[in-house]
Design a protein around this ligand. Structure first.
Ligand code: FES
Length: 192
């Protein structure tokens, strides 16, 4: 007579073998699922994190610029929030030509007064990014080409800006933008 415990053991073994297979497959699926969930969570965090300013961006959200070393006729470029900012000390002739511009002749009309800070006519502060396709125009150094209006010249496609940073010759469609800034003293500005 067959040993009933052996039959039971065999039945049990026969019953358990597929169950173990299922369990293993489930376990692998669980691991894969958990990996995907962790991946999704990591991407989600990266997306959310990228929407917040990074520490270095926050660190340079405000930049002070000492104007004392910038002599008349000279300009400098400082970086603020990843953008080149032109700070130029205009000569009396450059101020006059900016003020004398006829509004009707401008591509994007704007008075010179509206583009500077009251009481600080010599200083023009601009975001130095061409409004055509984003090149950085030339003109800060006295030896740079400055175009027919004496301001800035974009070598990429020939746009020209006057000494107020207004576009005078395309293809750029708009004036150079103005960054937020304030005079802290007569010789120091704070960007941002
Ligand atoms: S990017 Fe300046 S003219 Fe095209």
């Amino acid at each position: 007579m067959a040993d009933p415990s052996a039959a039971t053991a065999g039945a049990t073994a026969g019953h358990h073998a597929p169950a173990e297979g299922v369990t293993k497959r489930d376990f692998l699926e669980l691991i894969a699922g958990a990996g995907a969930a962790i991946g999704a969570a990591a991407i989600g965090w990266a997306l959310v994190d990228s929407m917040n300013p990074s520490k270095d961006v926050l660190a340079v959200s405000a930049v002070e610029v000492d104007l004392a070393p910038i002599t008349e006729g000279m300009g400098i470029t400082v970086m603020w929030q990843g953008k080149p900012i032109f700070v130029r000390h205009r000569t009396p002739e450059e101020i006059k030509s900016a003020e004398d511009a006829k509004q009707a002749e401008l591509i994007e009309p704007a008075t010179d007064d509206s583009r500077i800070k009251a009481g600080h006519k010599p200083w023009i502060v601009l975001i130095g990014i061409c409004t055509h396709l984003g090149c950085i125009p030339l003109g800060n150094k006295p030896t740079d080409p400055r175009g027919d209006w004496g301001g800035w010249f974009c070598p990429c496609h020939g746009s020209q800006y006057d000494t107020s940073g207004r576009v005078r010759h395309g293809p750029a469609p708009l004036n150079l933008p103005l960054p937020p800034y304030a005079f802290e003293t007569d010789t120091k500005i704070k960007l941002g």
